[in-house]
Design a protein around this ligand. Structure first.
Ligand code: SF4
Length: 289
Protein backbone atom coordinates (compact mmCIF):
# COMPACT_ATOMS: atom_id res chain seq x y z
CA UNK A 1 0.00 0.00 0.00
CA UNK A 2 1.22 3.51 -0.83
CA UNK A 3 1.62 6.47 1.46
CA UNK A 4 -1.78 7.71 2.63
CA UNK A 5 -2.79 11.19 3.76
CA UNK A 6 -6.09 12.46 5.15
CA UNK A 7 -6.86 16.16 4.69
CA UNK A 8 -9.20 18.60 6.42
CA UNK A 9 -11.08 20.04 3.48
CA UNK A 10 -13.71 22.79 3.34
CA UNK A 11 -13.89 22.82 -0.46
CA UNK A 12 -11.82 26.00 -0.78
CA UNK A 13 -9.06 26.58 -3.30
CA UNK A 14 -6.22 26.20 -0.79
CA UNK A 15 -7.43 22.77 0.28
CA UNK A 16 -7.73 21.70 -3.34
CA UNK A 17 -4.20 22.83 -4.12
CA UNK A 18 -2.78 21.14 -1.02
CA UNK A 19 -4.47 17.88 -2.05
CA UNK A 20 -3.19 18.12 -5.63
CA UNK A 21 0.31 18.99 -4.51
CA UNK A 22 0.41 15.84 -2.40
CA UNK A 23 -1.12 13.75 -5.17
CA UNK A 24 1.62 15.00 -7.51
CA UNK A 25 4.12 13.35 -5.16
CA UNK A 26 2.31 10.04 -5.49
CA UNK A 27 0.51 10.22 -2.13
CA UNK A 28 -2.92 8.57 -1.84
CA UNK A 29 -5.02 11.51 -0.73
CA UNK A 30 -8.40 11.37 0.98
CA UNK A 31 -10.46 14.31 2.19
CA UNK A 32 -12.73 14.99 5.16
CA UNK A 33 -15.16 17.85 5.73
CA UNK A 34 -16.65 18.78 9.08
CA UNK A 35 -20.27 19.69 9.53
CA UNK A 36 -22.24 21.35 12.36
CA UNK A 37 -25.17 23.76 12.85
CA UNK A 38 -22.74 26.54 11.87
CA UNK A 39 -21.10 25.20 8.73
CA UNK A 40 -22.04 22.59 6.18
CA UNK A 41 -20.09 19.99 4.29
CA UNK A 42 -21.68 20.80 0.93
CA UNK A 43 -18.80 22.65 -0.67
CA UNK A 44 -16.35 20.05 0.65
CA UNK A 45 -18.42 17.34 -1.00
CA UNK A 46 -18.55 19.25 -4.29
CA UNK A 47 -14.82 20.06 -4.21
CA UNK A 48 -13.86 16.44 -3.57
CA UNK A 49 -16.09 15.38 -6.48
CA UNK A 50 -14.37 17.92 -8.71
CA UNK A 51 -10.97 16.52 -7.72
CA UNK A 52 -12.30 12.97 -7.94
CA UNK A 53 -10.90 12.13 -4.52
CA UNK A 54 -12.38 9.91 -1.79
CA UNK A 55 -14.27 12.01 0.74
CA UNK A 56 -16.04 11.67 4.06
CA UNK A 57 -18.17 13.91 6.23
CA UNK A 58 -17.49 14.23 9.95
CA UNK A 59 -20.15 15.55 12.34
CA UNK A 60 -18.46 18.15 14.53
CA UNK A 61 -21.60 19.33 16.35
CA UNK A 62 -20.74 18.05 19.84
CA UNK A 63 -17.22 19.46 19.75
CA UNK A 64 -18.09 22.92 18.47
CA UNK A 65 -21.08 23.30 20.84
CA UNK A 66 -18.74 22.45 23.73
CA UNK A 67 -16.10 24.89 22.51
CA UNK A 68 -18.55 27.78 22.46
CA UNK A 69 -18.88 27.64 26.24
CA UNK A 70 -15.32 28.68 26.97
CA UNK A 71 -12.70 28.19 24.28
CA UNK A 72 -9.20 27.84 25.67
CA UNK A 73 -7.73 30.20 23.06
CA UNK A 74 -10.63 32.65 23.02
CA UNK A 75 -12.86 33.88 20.21
CA UNK A 76 -12.06 35.69 16.99
CA UNK A 77 -13.99 38.81 16.04
CA UNK A 78 -17.36 37.13 16.57
CA UNK A 79 -18.23 33.81 18.23
CA UNK A 80 -15.63 31.94 16.18
CA UNK A 81 -13.21 29.96 18.37
CA UNK A 82 -11.00 29.31 15.33
CA UNK A 83 -7.80 28.17 16.99
CA UNK A 84 -9.47 25.60 19.23
CA UNK A 85 -11.88 24.67 16.46
CA UNK A 86 -9.04 23.85 14.06
CA UNK A 87 -7.12 22.05 16.80
CA UNK A 88 -10.21 19.94 17.57
CA UNK A 89 -10.64 19.05 13.91
CA UNK A 90 -7.03 17.94 13.60
CA UNK A 91 -7.35 15.97 16.85
CA UNK A 92 -10.21 14.03 15.26
CA UNK A 93 -8.35 13.54 11.98
CA UNK A 94 -5.23 12.43 13.84
CA UNK A 95 -7.29 9.86 15.73
CA UNK A 96 -8.79 8.56 12.49
CA UNK A 97 -5.33 8.47 10.90
CA UNK A 98 -4.01 6.33 13.75
CA UNK A 99 -6.99 4.02 13.67
CA UNK A 100 -7.19 3.61 9.91
CA UNK A 101 -3.52 3.66 9.01
CA UNK A 102 -3.03 7.03 7.30
CA UNK A 103 0.59 8.16 7.39
CA UNK A 104 -0.17 11.81 8.04
CA UNK A 105 -2.87 14.49 8.05
CA UNK A 106 -2.83 17.80 6.21
CA UNK A 107 -4.70 21.01 5.45
CA UNK A 108 -4.58 23.84 2.93
CA UNK A 109 -3.82 26.48 5.57
CA UNK A 110 -1.46 29.23 4.48
CA UNK A 111 0.75 31.05 6.98
CA UNK A 112 -0.26 34.68 7.42
CA UNK A 113 -3.42 34.40 5.39
CA UNK A 114 -5.67 35.38 8.29
CA UNK A 115 -4.28 37.83 10.82
CA UNK A 116 -5.37 35.99 13.97
CA UNK A 117 -6.07 32.36 13.25
CA UNK A 118 -3.56 31.62 10.51
CA UNK A 119 -0.42 33.51 11.43
CA UNK A 120 2.63 31.37 12.01
CA UNK A 121 2.21 31.31 15.79
CA UNK A 122 -1.42 30.30 15.48
CA UNK A 123 -0.59 27.49 13.06
CA UNK A 124 1.99 26.20 15.52
CA UNK A 125 -0.43 26.56 18.44
CA UNK A 126 -3.17 24.71 16.55
CA UNK A 127 -0.75 21.89 15.74
CA UNK A 128 0.40 21.67 19.36
CA UNK A 129 -3.13 21.75 20.80
CA UNK A 130 -4.30 19.07 18.39
CA UNK A 131 -1.90 16.56 19.89
CA UNK A 132 -0.78 15.59 16.38
CA UNK A 133 1.83 18.27 15.75
CA UNK A 134 4.35 15.96 14.16
CA UNK A 135 1.81 14.35 11.88
CA UNK A 136 0.19 17.57 10.61
CA UNK A 137 1.48 18.90 7.30
CA UNK A 138 0.50 22.21 5.67
CA UNK A 139 1.89 21.61 2.16
CA UNK A 140 1.30 25.18 0.89
CA UNK A 141 3.40 26.78 3.63
CA UNK A 142 5.48 23.79 4.76
CA UNK A 143 8.83 25.37 3.96
CA UNK A 144 8.07 28.23 6.37
CA UNK A 145 7.03 25.92 9.18
CA UNK A 146 8.92 23.48 11.32
CA UNK A 147 9.67 20.15 9.71
CA UNK A 148 7.07 17.46 10.36
CA UNK A 149 7.22 13.68 10.69
CA UNK A 150 6.29 12.79 7.10
CA UNK A 151 9.01 15.12 5.75
CA UNK A 152 11.62 13.85 8.21
CA UNK A 153 10.81 10.22 7.41
CA UNK A 154 11.07 10.87 3.68
CA UNK A 155 7.41 10.03 3.04
CA UNK A 156 7.23 13.32 1.22
CA UNK A 157 9.89 15.53 -0.37
CA UNK A 158 10.04 18.83 1.55
CA UNK A 159 11.82 20.44 -1.41
CA UNK A 160 8.69 20.00 -3.50
CA UNK A 161 6.44 21.61 -0.89
CA UNK A 162 5.71 25.34 -0.96
CA UNK A 163 6.30 28.53 1.00
CA UNK A 164 3.11 30.49 0.37
CA UNK A 165 2.42 33.18 2.92
CA UNK A 166 0.28 36.25 3.37
CA UNK A 167 -3.06 37.36 2.06
CA UNK A 168 -2.32 37.62 -1.65
CA UNK A 169 -4.14 34.95 -3.61
CA UNK A 170 -1.96 35.33 -6.71
CA UNK A 171 0.33 32.34 -6.05
CA UNK A 172 -2.73 30.16 -5.49
CA UNK A 173 -4.34 31.42 -8.72
CA UNK A 174 -1.16 30.64 -10.66
CA UNK A 175 -0.96 27.15 -9.19
CA UNK A 176 -4.66 26.58 -9.89
CA UNK A 177 -3.98 27.45 -13.51
CA UNK A 178 -1.05 25.04 -13.64
CA UNK A 179 -3.26 22.27 -12.29
CA UNK A 180 -6.07 23.29 -14.62
CA UNK A 181 -8.59 23.75 -11.82
CA UNK A 182 -11.65 25.86 -12.46
CA UNK A 183 -12.46 27.34 -9.11
CA UNK A 184 -15.62 29.15 -8.04
CA UNK A 185 -15.70 30.55 -4.53
CA UNK A 186 -18.19 28.25 -2.80
CA UNK A 187 -19.52 31.00 -0.51
CA UNK A 188 -21.40 29.91 2.61
CA UNK A 189 -18.71 29.81 5.24
CA UNK A 190 -19.03 29.64 8.97
CA UNK A 191 -21.95 31.32 10.74
CA UNK A 192 -19.81 31.87 13.80
CA UNK A 193 -18.09 34.65 11.85
CA UNK A 194 -21.41 36.30 10.92
CA UNK A 195 -22.22 39.13 13.37
CA UNK A 196 -25.98 38.97 12.77
CA UNK A 197 -26.19 35.26 13.40
CA UNK A 198 -23.92 35.60 16.43
CA UNK A 199 -26.24 38.22 17.97
CA UNK A 200 -29.00 35.63 17.83
CA UNK A 201 -26.79 32.90 19.17
CA UNK A 202 -25.76 35.07 22.12
CA UNK A 203 -29.43 35.40 23.06
CA UNK A 204 -29.85 31.61 22.96
CA UNK A 205 -26.70 31.17 25.02
CA UNK A 206 -27.96 33.59 27.63
CA UNK A 207 -31.17 31.60 28.30
CA UNK A 208 -30.63 28.46 30.38
CA UNK A 209 -31.53 25.32 28.47
CA UNK A 210 -31.98 26.93 25.04
CA UNK A 211 -28.45 26.56 23.72
CA UNK A 212 -28.92 23.29 21.86
CA UNK A 213 -27.73 22.24 18.41
CA UNK A 214 -31.35 22.02 17.21
CA UNK A 215 -32.08 25.60 18.30
CA UNK A 216 -28.78 26.81 16.82
CA UNK A 217 -30.04 25.42 13.50
CA UNK A 218 -33.52 26.90 13.87
CA UNK A 219 -32.28 30.45 14.45
CA UNK A 220 -30.66 30.43 11.00
CA UNK A 221 -34.14 31.17 9.65
CA UNK A 222 -36.68 33.96 10.03
CA UNK A 223 -36.94 37.01 12.25
CA UNK A 224 -36.09 36.36 15.87
CA UNK A 225 -37.93 37.96 18.80
CA UNK A 226 -37.23 37.78 22.50
CA UNK A 227 -40.73 37.09 23.82
CA UNK A 228 -39.79 36.93 27.51
CA UNK A 229 -36.79 36.25 29.75
CA UNK A 230 -36.78 32.59 28.80
CA UNK A 231 -38.46 32.43 25.39
CA UNK A 232 -37.75 33.43 21.81
CA UNK A 233 -39.99 33.30 18.77
CA UNK A 234 -39.03 32.87 15.13
CA UNK A 235 -41.20 34.14 12.29
CA UNK A 236 -40.40 33.27 8.67
CA UNK A 237 -39.60 36.15 6.30
CA UNK A 238 -40.00 34.20 3.08
CA UNK A 239 -41.11 30.86 1.72
CA UNK A 240 -37.53 29.70 2.07
CA UNK A 241 -37.50 30.66 5.76
CA UNK A 242 -40.84 28.95 6.35
CA UNK A 243 -39.63 25.77 4.68
CA UNK A 244 -36.34 25.95 6.59
CA UNK A 245 -38.13 26.31 9.93
CA UNK A 246 -40.64 23.58 9.15
CA UNK A 247 -37.89 21.16 8.14
CA UNK A 248 -36.05 21.69 11.42
CA UNK A 249 -38.76 21.76 14.08
CA UNK A 250 -38.79 18.91 16.49
CA UNK A 251 -40.76 19.33 19.70
CA UNK A 252 -41.10 23.09 19.38
CA UNK A 253 -44.55 24.66 19.09
CA UNK A 254 -45.19 25.75 15.51
CA UNK A 255 -47.95 28.11 14.46
CA UNK A 256 -49.27 28.77 10.95
CA UNK A 257 -52.48 30.46 9.80
CA UNK A 258 -54.87 27.91 8.35
CA UNK A 259 -57.21 30.19 6.43
CA UNK A 260 -54.64 32.15 4.40
CA UNK A 261 -50.95 32.33 3.55
CA UNK A 262 -48.59 33.77 6.13
CA UNK A 263 -45.32 33.16 7.89
CA UNK A 264 -44.47 30.10 9.93
CA UNK A 265 -43.92 30.86 13.62
CA UNK A 266 -41.84 28.73 15.98
CA UNK A 267 -41.70 29.07 19.74
CA UNK A 268 -38.52 28.17 21.59
CA UNK A 269 -38.99 28.17 25.35
CA UNK A 270 -42.12 28.67 27.47
CA UNK A 271 -45.35 27.39 25.77
CA UNK A 272 -47.30 30.04 27.70
CA UNK A 273 -45.83 32.62 25.34
CA UNK A 274 -47.76 31.18 22.39
CA UNK A 275 -50.25 34.14 22.25
CA UNK A 276 -47.32 36.51 21.67
CA UNK A 277 -46.09 34.34 18.81
CA UNK A 278 -49.58 34.18 17.30
CA UNK A 279 -49.77 37.99 17.39
CA UNK A 280 -46.45 38.24 15.55
CA UNK A 281 -47.44 35.70 12.91
CA UNK A 282 -50.68 37.59 12.27
CA UNK A 283 -48.89 40.89 12.12
CA UNK A 284 -46.42 39.63 9.50
CA UNK A 285 -49.29 38.04 7.58
CA UNK A 286 -50.57 41.57 7.14
CA UNK A 287 -53.11 41.79 9.95
CA UNK A 288 -51.77 44.47 12.11
CA UNK A 289 -49.41 47.33 12.81
S1 SF4 B 1 -14.33 29.85 10.85
FE1 SF4 B 1 -15.75 28.52 11.98
S2 SF4 B 1 -15.32 26.46 11.20
FE2 SF4 B 1 -13.60 27.73 10.62
S3 SF4 B 1 -12.13 27.43 12.28
FE3 SF4 B 1 -13.33 29.27 12.76
S4 SF4 B 1 -14.96 28.52 14.08
FE4 SF4 B 1 -14.11 26.73 13.05
Amino acid sequence: MGIRALGAFSGGLDGMLAALLLESQGIDVELATFTSPFFSSESGCRGAEQLDLPWREIDYTGEIMGLLHKPLSGFGKNLNPCIDCHAGMFRILGGIAEEEGYDFIFSGEVAGQRPMSQNKNSLNRVARLSGYQDMLLRPLSAKLLRITGPERMGLIDRDLLLSFSGRSRKPQMRLAEEYGIRYINPGGGCLLTDPNYCDRLKILMSIPGLFTSGNARLIRHGRMFRLSDDTVGLVGRSEGDNAGLESLVNDEITFVLEDRPGPTGVLIGDPEMLPELVTLVKRYAGDGP
